[in-house]
Design a protein around this ligand. Structure first.
Ligand code: AHM
Ligand code: MG
Length: 332
């Protein structure tokens, strides 16, 4: 039952009280909620304050950085820099793991894509923030990036913020998935989607079809199958692709469906980053009853060897992800 008087912070407190979730996790998620509010405000007025367009630099994975990418990274890093609970931050916008001075012996690591869907920024389309929180595997002072290199199975919390027609924060700590909608007049995230379940089937699929010719022939067959509106044996799917992973996965989470960004010969590991894009979203979708795969391996199980490591991704409804794996393996 939705309860529009439950704030994000009240909900986190209740989770702490009822499930004995460490209070540190609640505080970290509160900070993410705060960063999301700042970003929601600043993204909506970026055109008015000269924050559209390129910086003129490339980020760690070779993408042209936009002003809003850099700004969003600053906001997220600053939100976690002074609380002493985070030892290091791995971000799409940082070449290396950033060690946090006042958190040298802190127990948590933050992994984030502070502004996902950068190509949507200048046209006012949906963008997002993705986050994952790991517990450090080592003790003492944190001095290397090794602590950030953990598989998704070690995530203690993960989620995303969608800046769309409304701003929504969706997260899990491993028991259920809850969604909050920002009421801008109150400046509060309110519980609007309690215990989200991902439908087993959906009516849409999301993928950048301009790469169709570069995909494995078995995936081309899958696309033909999904889009076959003349079929009498199965229901056809409609294409919905926003260019922002968060927005497309959010649709799959709420309504069912399939998002995929596969490998090509040129990009054998696809485009998306494992640590701060694929794994946190996989944690959320799995906790809601969906699945996430690289095509051959569960996303959550993939060994992480570098912070900007890429992975092919298929994510969404359980039946749709299994169909993807079957097609990839057998062409049917
Ligand atoms: P970004 O984090 O630099 O924005 O890149 C990730 C984005 C995803 O949000 C989106 O699904 C995909 O890249 C779009 O890529 P393409 O333009 O190749 O379809
Ligand atoms: Mg991204």
């Amino acid at each position: 039952m939705n309860n529009l008087t439950t704030t994000f912070n009240a909900h986190l407190w209740r989770q702490h009280r009822l499930s004995k979730q460490p209070i540190e996790i609640s505080i970290l998620l509160t900070q993410m909620g705060f960063a999301a509010k700042v970003l929601s405000r600043e993204i909506s007025r970026a055109a008015l304050v000269g924050r559209l367009g390129l910086v003129g630099e490339k980020n760690a994975t070779g993408d042209a950085q936009k002003k809003l990418d850099v700004f969003s990274n600053q906001v997220v890093v600053e939100a976690f820099s002074d609380i002493g609970l985070v030892a290091a931050i791995a971000s799409e916008e940082l070449d290396q793991v950033q060690l946090i001075e006042c958190g040298q012996d802190a127990q948590y690591i933050l992994c984030t894509d502070p502004l996902d869907g950068s190509s949507n920024i200048d046209t006012g389309s949906a963008v997002g923030t993705i986050f994952g929180i790991y517990r450090r595997s080592s003790t003492g002072y944190c001095s290397t990036e090794a602590d950030a290199l953990q598989p998704g199975t070690e995530l203690v919390a993960a989620g995303y913020v969608l800046y769309g027609t409304s701003t929504m924060l969706v997260y899990t700590t491993g028991d259920q998935v809850d969604g909050f909608t920002l009421d801008p007049t109150l400046g509060e995230f309110l519980l609007s989607h309690e215990n989200i379940r991902c439908p087993d089937q959906g009516k849409t699929y999301s993928a950048n079809l301009s790469y169709y010719q570069e995909w494995h022939p078995h995936l081309q067959k899958l696309v033909d199958y999904l889009g076959d509106h003349k079929s009498t044996s199965h229901a056809a799917h409609t294409l919905r692709y926003s260019g922002a992973l968060v927005a497309d996965v959010h649709r799959c989470l709420l309504e069912g469906g399939l998002y995929f960004y596969p490998s090509t010969e040129e990009q054998p590991l696809g485009k998306l980053r494992l640590l701060y894009e694929c794994a946190p979203l996989a944690f959320v979708v799995e906790q809601a009853g969906g699945l996430a795969t690289s095509g051959t391996e569960r996303i959550m199980d993939i060994e992480v060897t570098s912070i900007h490591q890429r992975s092919p991704l298929a994510i969404g409804s359980a039946a749709a992800v299994k169909l993807y794996e079957n097609f990839l393996e057998q062409g049917m």
